[in-house]
Ligand binder design. Structure first.
Ligand code: FUC
Length: 908
């Protein structure tokens, strides 16, 4: 919080104090979105650290920009996802492939692994990797800052009041406003996907008071010419590294006042009422193997900026907002959050430190939606996928080149896409994977002598599929992991054309690689990957758990998909592999899920990668619901790893604990991430800034509320105590369903469901063992089946359904401690919480061994809607009862349904 620039108190308080209204019905859910706004009372410092921790990001997919908000010197740093050094423009670029053949290299490594059990990853990469790319990443390249739009305002005092810089996630609008003397200045920024440009409007509430000079600065690692005419600044040139041509144009449109162009390529506006700026970028990159080169960007860029300039500000903004809200508004999350009237950096700093719970919940809601916002802003159809920093980068040499890491990071970027109802944002990711196949075929043939395609641990925008000689780089499983995500898109959408045209060809060609690469393990006759390494940890062996688990998913999915597209031959091929494949699941000597085929896990290892739990998430081999022993082993492994880790590692752990059905632990990891791995602008930090943790957290929070990887839509599978009351709208479940959920006091109240394709839907929650009412939105009763906690109902395409819980049972226990031998009055209350009358019901208590209740059971008379009835029992605490909390459960059951509650009796 800023001490120097005093915020105008009243305006800010009112602006931020709008409470989040809990949405309990679909009608309320359709109301305007909550104030999902990040705001600050100071600018971001004008340096790299200020950029990383405090600038506010906007983006339209291909382009991104960050707002600093300086009063006299405003800075908009901007990016275009195609501007990279390296690649085919560098004469000796070779897609990471070998320059000369290395006969016997793979066989030599395999022989040593069979003989020695495990060998050093350095040896593997020395034999199979490409000599280091030096100077660092000269050929591989790195994502580049495009430049900075600099605005120098004349006549503003050093001291201003009522300063506010904000980012409204629901409208994708960034803003700056302050008062200088008697004039209020405002700036509004957005990145329009329909127009393909970044737009700014600078205003003042008194006529003629806006005077500024705009110019564009670009980094020094390129040639650059700057010119200005007709209010249009054009800066263009080529990167020194690879000759990639780039161009940026800024159109300055003044309302009132005068405009002049200077020979240095800057434009000055004097005495205007307002001004609109339109910024566009282009390069001659094309996603086109092997040259990756397209046309000079000038013509297309000019047309784009001309087109946007012709539209006018209001029209541009209306189209932008309509486009953004179409995606953003699909999901609403209410955890009972109420934003307090404090800046977001203060909200974050106070999180989990005894502030009102409603403020913490508000930050969690904001963080959740920020993940969705960032995905919309950095990944739109027709552009490259979100990289390690989404689309935002201020440096010439960003961390890890801001590239595409394929051993978890790019996968994690897209975890929220389906479940958080942004499936179309994954299109760039699908296309990217699809296009990697062409270069990947060459690498597969050269390095391993196989069919199919392969990529390793990291790639660029130029089809790098080979491996560097750094030990982290050996990860040929990346393609199989990527394929799993492509097939999942089919599971969520049931889009047969996508399956046939995109996912299946990728899956099949990936499988071809593995059909040739897999070897029979002489120890047990099973098929294993060799060499194989658990990402970035331990020795290189045969059949590390993650490799095998990923391959189990690949061939299991392939068998299913081949059946769906009618490729019988490959369905049979997959079946054959699965019969012999080592599934990578073993419980080791300290009860852990083994990370390797050999029982060599170190219980003290706290490495950030927890790759052997791929089977828990994003995989589906291990779950407390289906494989309880393996799930226990997974918990042992995860506990040993501890809750520490980089931002993305914590985010992954939210997903793990959600899948292990431990909502409180998942929530603990979320709060750890917010407290220790989140920057003031709510970007995730590894450290440094790395965006996967933002996406992973949004995914994990969704997994706490809804899971569908085991067939049924599992409702509130990992609800933490901290999220006592709430609702969520618009989540997606596999099988092409949209799901809304309302809960109260930690228990399910209502599920809202719409099916894109109709068909039978299975829902899972303990409440379904009790009495529920299932209707269409119009109130027509829908026949359904209940078996234990699973409810099955037929659905028709596009129809809305409501499943409303009718009965709630609660147990009342007087506060303890109670002495051994004491008689404790325990009440069981049955409430008819919706419209059904609950028929006469028998109520019983479940007590610890040796405890007794009087009476043994009680009969309650019918309960009318909105009313409740209570039975009272006298529970005797045995003389030998130990001190501590003892569970008491209750059940109420009547013809075909039953419902339960529970509490604890404290003995001491
Ligand atoms: C993987 C991780 C690192 C980092 C990098 C970008 O290699 O092990 O932690 O996230 O990707």
């Amino acid at each position: 919080m800023n001490r120097r620039m005093l915020a105008g108190p009243l305006l800010l308080v009112l602006g931020a104090a709008l409470a989040v209204v809990p949405a309990t019905t679909p009608a309320a859910a359709a109301a305007p979105a909550e104030p999902y706004t990040l705001w600050y009372d100071e600018p971001a410092p004008d340096n790299n650290q200020g950029w990383e921790t405090r600038s506010l990001p906007i983006g339209n997919g291909p382009m991104g920009a960050t707002v600093f908000g300086g009063v006299e010197a405003e800075r908009l740093q901007f990016n275009d996802k195609t501007l990279w050094t390296g690649g085919p423009g560098v004469s000796d670029y070779n897609f990471g492939n070998w320059e000369t053949p290395r006969p016997g290299a793979l066989e030599g490594i395999r022989e040593r692994i069979w003989k020695e059990g495990g060998i050093s990853p350095n040896d593997v990469l020395a034999a199979l990797g490409l000599k280091s790319d030096s100077p660092r990443h000269r050929r591989f390249g790195a994502y580049q800052s495009f430049g900075d739009l600099r605005l120098a305002f004349a006549g503003l005092p050093a001291q201003v009041s009522e300063y506010r810089r904000d980012l409204d996630l629901s409208r994708a609008l960034a803003g700056v406003s302050f008062k200088a003397g008697d004039v209020r200045y405002t700036r509004e920024y957005f990145a329009s996907a329909p127009a393909g440009v970044v737009v700014a409007r600078l205003g003042a509430d008194r006529p003629g008071r806006l005077t500024f000079t705009s110019r564009i600065a670009v980094p020094a690692n390129r040639t650059a010419t700057a010119a200005a005419s007709g209010g249009r600044i054009t800066v263009k040139g080529a990167l020194n590294s690879n000759g990639m041509r780039y161009e940026t144009q800024l159109q300055v449109i003044n309302e009132g006042g005068t405009r002049t162009e200077q020979p240095d390529g800057s434009v000055t506006v004097t005495g205007a009422d307002a001004a609109v700026l339109i910024l566009g970028t282009g390069t001659d990159y094309a996603d086109d193997y092997p040259t990756y080169k397209g046309a000079d960007p000038h013509a297309a860029l000019t047309a784009k900026v001309d087109g946007a300039a012709a539209q006018g500000y209001e029209e541009l903004r209306a189209a932008h907002e309509a486009d953004h809200t179409r995606l953003f508004d699909r999901v609403r999350l209410d955890l009972g959050g109420v934003l307090p009237p404090i800046p977001t950096d203060d909200l974050l700093a106070r999180y989990g430190r005894g502030t009102p719970a409603a403020a913490d919940r508000a930050l969690e809601q904001l963080f959740y939606q920020y993940g969705r916002y960032l995905l919309i802003a950095s990944s739109r159809p027709g552009s490259l996928p979100a990289n390690l920093q989404g689309v935002w980068n201020v440096l010439e040499a960003p961390p890890w080149q801001a590239d595409y890491h394929l051993n978890i990071n790019v996968q994690m970027n897209y975890w929220p896409a389906e479940i958080a109802n942004l499936a179309e944002t994954a299109e760039p990711f699908h296309t990217y994977v699809d296009r990697l196949r062409e270069p990947g075929r060459v690498t597969a043939r050269q390095m391993y002598g196989t069919r199919g395609w392969v990529a390793h641990h990291a790639s660029n925008i130029f089809g790098q599929t080979g491996a560097w000689d750094h030990p982290a780089y050996f990860f040929p499983e990346s393609g199989a992991w990527l394929s799993q995500q492509l097939y999942d898109h089919y599971r969520f959408t049931l889009d047969k054309d996508y399956l046939t045209g995109t996912a299946y060809p990728v899956m099949k060609e990936t499988a071809q690689f593995w059909l040739d690469f897999l070897q029979t393990d002489p120890r047990d006759g099973r098929l294993v990957a060799i060499p194989s390494r658990s990402p970035e940890i331990g020795p290189t062996t045969a059949g590390a758990s993650m490799s095998q688990q990923i391959l189990w998913h690949l061939f299991t999915d392939l068998r299913e998909a081949a059946g769906l597209v009618g490729d019988e031959e490959y369905a049979a091929e997959a079946e054959k592999v699965l019969a012999k494949l080592d599934p990578g699941l073993r419980v080791g000597r300290w009860g852990q899920l083994q990370e390797w085929k050999e029982d060599i896990d170190d219980p003290k290892e706290t490495h950030r990668h927890v790759s052997h739990l791929f089977s828990v998430h994003p995989g589906r081999q291990v779950s407390p619901r289906t494989t309880p022993e393996l799930a226990e082993a997974a918990k042992v492994s995860l506990n040993a790893r501890t809750d520490v880790g980089t931002g993305w590692s914590k985010a992954w752990k939210i997903n793990f604990w959600a899948r292990l059905l431990d909502g409180d632990r998942a929530h603990k990891l979320l709060s750890d991430q917010l407290q220790t791995s989140t920057l003031a602008n709510l970007w995730d930090t590894h450290p440094p800034f790395q965006i996967d943790g933002n996406f992973g957290a949004t995914s994990g929070m969704t997994e706490m509320l809804l899971q569908s990887h085991l067939g049924a839509a599992d409702i509130l599978p990992a609800l933490p105590a901290a999220w006592r009351d709430g609702s969520v709208e618009g989540l997606r479940a596999r099988g092409a369903h949209t799901v809304g959920i309302t809960w109260k006091a930690g228990r399910l109240r209502e599920v809202r469901l719409t099916s894109d394709k109709g068909g039978e839907v299975k829902l899972r929650n303990a409440a379904f063992a009790g009495k529920v009412r299932v209707t269409t939105a119009g109130g027509r009763p829908v026949p359904h089946r209940a078996e234990g906690d699973t409810l099955t109902l037929p659905t028709r395409q596009g129809e809305d359904y409501r499943v409303v819980v009718q009965a709630e049972v609660s147990v009342g226990v007087p506060e303890g401690p109670h002495r051994p031998g004491a008689e404790v009055p325990v009440t069981v209350t049955l409430a008819a919480i919706d419209r059904s009358t609950l028929p006469s019901t028998r109520v019983t208590l479940g007590l610890p061994q040796g405890w007794t209740a009087e009476p043994a059971s009680a009969r309650l008379l019918p309960v009318r809607p909105g009313e409740s009835r209570t039975a009272t029992f006298t529970v005797r605490v045995p003389q030998d009862a130990t001190a501590g909390a003892h569970p008491v459960t209750s059940s109420a059951a009547s013809g075909g349904w039953g419902a339960g509650g529970q509490a604890r009796i404290q003995v001491g």
